[in-house]
Design a protein around this ligand. Structure first.
Ligand SMILES: [Ca+2]
Ligand SMILES: [Ca+2]
Length: 258
């Protein structure tokens, strides 16, 4: 519900910096088409001949990199070889105004060569390349440090959490300089929004803007995962956002309808 209308229900409330919320479903397994058909780009390393697979049905996309830990496989919201090719449903998101990523995920199994990597990750970056990379083990969820909260891509805050019990609804909320991650409605992680741009490489996805990745992005871990859906919600600040309800609100509503 747009915050404007939620606020409007409270007589006499003061509108300070109100915003509307825009939502976009980026992947919906029930459509029974691949995530590629729905706008994501599948990336694999090696590009061909690997053992890892991505398959889909009407309940989830299943990514299996368990046969080759050194391989990487996952879905990008933009084509890493042609970043102008983006998921048509991706929104402009900004931590300052706030955004939420909802996803429905089960980890069937995960293994890692060392304790600093996860075989399944979700990356989301805003329009300033700020955001989060969240790693999923079978029994733990954690956020990777950037170069200011710790050593780059080492394990940051973490929660002991069983990711294998079924399809779990995760909600990642980012607002300002902090985030929180909920699993089936319960908060499991909170901390600082990260900036991973210190990373450098021939492909440097951490520089991307309005970017999402999900899958196995490391040569040091593997997983089998099921992703049922992914939705992005972005708060959009309205201009002229300080007014008292009354005639000013009526005017604002009239303008919004134009
Ligand atoms: Ca891997
Ligand atoms: Ca960089």
């Amino acid at each position: 519900m747009p915050l404007l209308f939620r606020c409007a229900a409270v007589a006499g409330c003061l509108l300070i910096g109100y915003s509307t919320v825009e939502g976009s479903m980026l992947y919906d397994a029930s459509l029974n088409t691949s995530a590629s058909a729905q706008g994501f780009t599948l990336g694999q390393n090696p590009p061909s001949g690997g053992a890892s697979t991505a398959t889909f049905n009407s309940d989830y996309t299943r990514i299996d990199s368990s046969g080759a830990t050194g391989e990487q496989i996952g879905y990008f919201s933009l084509n890493p070889f042609a970043p102008a090719i983006t998921h048509p449903g991706m929104l402009t998101v900004d931590a300052a105004s706030g955004f939420t990523l909802n996803f429905n995920l089960m980890i069937e199994e995960e293994s890692h060569v060392h304790g600093g990597r996860a075989g399944f990750s979700i990356i989301i970056l805003d329009d300033n390349s700020k955001g989060m990379e969240i790693g999923f083990w079978d029994d733990e969820v954690f956020v990777y440090h950037d170069d200011t909260t710790g050593s780059l891509f080492t394990k940051g805050e973490s929660a002991v959490f069983d990711t294998t019990t079924g399809m779990i609804d995760y909600e990642l909320q980012v607002l300002g300089s902090s985030y929180q991650l909920k699993a089936n409605g319960s908060k499991i992680l909170t901390g600082a929004v990260r900036d991973y741009t210190a990373f450098s490489g021939p492909i440097d996805p951490y520089e991307y803007e309005n970017f999402i990745f999900w899958g196995d992005d490391t040569g040091s871990a593997s997983s089998i995962s099921r992703l049922g859906s992914m939705e992005i919600l972005a708060s959009v600040p309205e201009p002229g956002t300080m007014m008292v309800l009354g005639g000013l609100l009526a005017g604002a509503l009239a303008r919004r309808r134009q």
